[in-house]
Design a protein around this ligand. Structure first.
Ligand code: ZN
Length: 172
């Protein structure tokens, strides 16, 4: 059962490592890019919030349906490619915001798919099919306490990396 924090930090850390070590387009990444990566990592769970709001009106939406489909994530590629073709620095930075949004959403779905301990699974092909998918691996190990501990270790390792790589302590 990936926690909210897990979704945020995995997305932020992977995007940050990609920028630091892989991307040849580092200037297309801004500070906002990392924030957006974290936000997008959690975005699919907005259906929980929507469900609560709709609940006031007696409506209901099911958790892990549309916002947990690859289709939802891939939709953000459309504005992404639109801005990418504009070829200006500012436009390309906006394009990257959309690309990391797609990435964050797909990563969220992958983590839920691999580690969810809910019986329900994910409706990856919603609304076209109500087939539910999940791998449910490590379910006996991944208690909330264990997951929170793992999050803390990942976060500390990444902070250490940032300290080494960017000397963040110089700016505090
Ligand atoms: Zn989720």
């Amino acid at each position: 059962m990936p926690l909210a924090v897990t979704h945020v930090i995995t997305s932020i850390i992977l995007v940050d490592l990609y920028r630091d070590y892989i991307s040849r387009h580092r200037h297309y990444f801004t500070l906002h890019t990392v924030f957006i990566a974290g936000f997008a990592g959690l975005l699919p769970d907005i259906d929980i919030l929507l469900g609560k709001v709709l609940g006031f009106f007696g409506e209901d939406i099911m958790h892990r349906t549309f916002t947990h489909t690859p289709l939802f994530g891939l939709l953000f590629l459309i504005p992404g490619f639109y801005f990418w073709t504009r070829r200006k620095l500012q436009q390309r930075r906006i394009a990257v915001y959309f690309f990391v949004t797609t990435f964050g959403i797909l990563l969220h779905i992958l983590l839920d798919f691999l580690f969810t301990t809910d019986a329900a699974g994910l409706f990856l092909l919603y609304p076209f099919s109500m087939a539910a998918y999940d791998m449910n691996i490590l379910s006996s190990v991944l208690t909330p306490t264990f997951a929170a501990g793992l999050d803390a270790i990942i976060l500390l390792a990444w902070l250490w990396h940032e300290e080494k790589k960017h000397k963040i302590s110089d700016f505090i």
